[in-house]
Ligand binder design. Structure first.
Ligand code: ZN
Length: 75
């Protein structure tokens, strides 16, 4: 449905290492640049409790919601 809008690649920052990442719906590591950053961030969550919403996501659904929020911030 959104495939007609793919003229300019969208760049965003990896929330873990701040590397520039090209937005790709097929990237399984979104919003991170790599599976390593994704894993690192989840570990950080578990260790110190992420401060985005005051509490870490309890399940994958919540995590995906946070991913969406991070992507929207780039707008
Ligand atoms: Zn990264």
């Amino acid at each position: 449905m959104t495939e007609t809008k793919e003229k300019t690649p969208r760049i965003y920052r990896c929330p873990s290492c701040s590397a520039s990442v090209i937005y790709d719906v097929k990237n399984p590591n979104r919003p991170f640049c790599s599976s390593r950053c994704k894993d690192t961030d989840i570990i950080a969550w578990a260790k110190e409790g992420y401060k985005i919403e005051g509490k870490p996501p309890q399940n994958e659904d919540e995590f995906l919601e946070l991913q969406k929020e991070l992507e929207l911030k780039d707008d």
